[in-house]
Design a protein around this ligand. Structure first.
Ligand code: SF4
Length: 393
């Protein structure tokens, strides 16, 4: 390390904000988000037909902590210890000892499926961990299945197990079947988009995905920064390209498209730099800042001895995003792929505190024009030679 004293001074200075900013995470882990986001009317439920889940309290961090908390777990030497080990002590799943389901998992297997059985969320999470499945993709794919069953597009006979809204036993069985590609699980294992294409001509209209990757638990309708953020994310459905965290702040205008392309650009640079520095998102955001700012430059200077500025780090982020885009462009991605789920573009949130929010195609178009202009990409979303040269790419 080039300058241990400088790094220590930075850490001392940020210790208090980090401690205060991570209090809820330390106590409950990410499930602390369930109640406030539901209160905002932004907790995707019943495959996005609603964004208020009437039974949210039953699957909230507070409630699960009260019933299941066994001990805290942590990554090496992290004082936050946001991980929790749960133990289910009652009911049909009594005896289960497993890692806590994160907020995203509670959304995917809970509210999205109309499922308020908290123990089953811990079990579904554990199963996915053991079997190597992504909980967001699995749960959101099952949410499509629930709605398809309700519409008569799929039947219990085809599924091989009884399944519908709130049916957690069927849910657990389908997770296992997916991992083993057993019966209907063979089709589930293809993900929501391919499954929907095979189920009904209009099936993909019910899929909550961008670039065919199922979306996480930060509303693409209620948070306009996520609308443009998801649409332009390299991976598609990801909350680790553009970040939701700043958008939950009281003073953030989450409904208007104004300024959101600018926000997405900055946020994407931040996540690219944050990942390149191999930092935990929670400790960095809450301890050192939500954007590429001076604390990150100080960190890099102290460790490497380089004379790095904030502006240089911002360009590092921009280079990463452009390289990722070039990869996608080579694979055929263009403006038309920077789209949002059909429901997000055509069905406003029906009720609750975020009622009326959505992102119609013309609004997305306007944000894309601005976003591409800010990035120096052409109207089809392809980086221009001029911009690439300016970035030394
Ligand atoms: S490093 Fe991050 S994920 Fe790990 S315990 Fe700390 S806050 Fe949680």
């Amino acid at each position: 390390m080039a300058d241990p004293a400088a790094l220590k001074a930075l850490l001392e200075q940020q210790r208090e904000p980090l401690k205060t900013g991570t209090k809820a995470l330390s106590t409950y882990g990410t499930p602390f988000l369930v109640k406030p986001i539901n209160t905002l009317g932004a907790l995707g439920s019943y495959n996005l037909r609603q964004e208020v889940f009437a039974d949210a309290v039953a699957i909230s961090g507070e409630e699960m902590h009260a019933h299941f908390h066994d001990k805290d777990t942590t990554c090496l030497k992290c004082p936050v210890a946001c991980g929790k080990q749960y133990e289910v002590r009652e009911g049909e799943l009594a005896g289960l000892k497993a890692k806590m389901p994160e907020y995203e998992t509670i959304f995917a297997f809970g509210s999205m499926l109309g499922n308020a059985h908290a123990g089953s969320l811990a079990r579904a999470n554990d199963l996915c961990d053991l079997l190597g499945l992504d909980t967001i993709s699995m749960g959101v794919t099952l949410a499509f299945v629930c709605e398809a069953v309700e519409r008569g597009w799929l039947t219990s006979d085809e599924l091989g197990v009884p399944f519908g809204w709130g049916d957690w036993r069927g849910m657990l069985r389908l997770v296992e079947m997916t991992a083993m590609r057993e019966g209907f699980g063979d089709r589930l294992a293809e993900g929501a988009w391919r499954l929907a294409e095979s189920v009904h001509p209009e099936g993909t209209r019910l899929v909550y995905a961008v670039k065919r990757l199922e979306l996480p638990a930060h509303s693409a309708r209620a948070l306009k920064g996520m609308s443009i953020g998801y649409a332009t994310a390299t991976r598609g459905g990801s909350h680790h390209d553009t970040r939701p965290t700043p958008q939950y702040a009281q003073n953030f205008d989450r409904r208007s498209p104004d300024g959101k392309p600018e926000f997405a650009v900055r946020s994407q640079h931040f996540t690219a730099v944050d990942d390149s520095l191999v930092l935990c998102r929670f400790t960095s955001e809450r301890g050192f800042g939500l954007y590429v700012e001076e604390p990150y430059a100080r960190m890099v200077r102290a460790i490497t001895g380089w004379d790095t500025t904030v502006e240089e780090l911002e360009r590092v982020g921009e280079r990463v995003i452009n390289l990722e885009r070039l990869f996608n462009v080579r694979e055929g991605v263009r403006r038309g792929d920077d789209a949002l789920p059909w429901r997000v573009m055509h069905e406003p949130i029906p009720d609750g505190p975020s009622a009326g929010a959505y992102c119609p195609p013309e609004e997305l178009d306007g944000m894309l024009d601005r976003y591409y202009a800010l990035r120096g990409w052409d109207a089809d979303g392809v980086p221009t030679p001029g911009r690439l040269a300016a970035l030394d790419l």
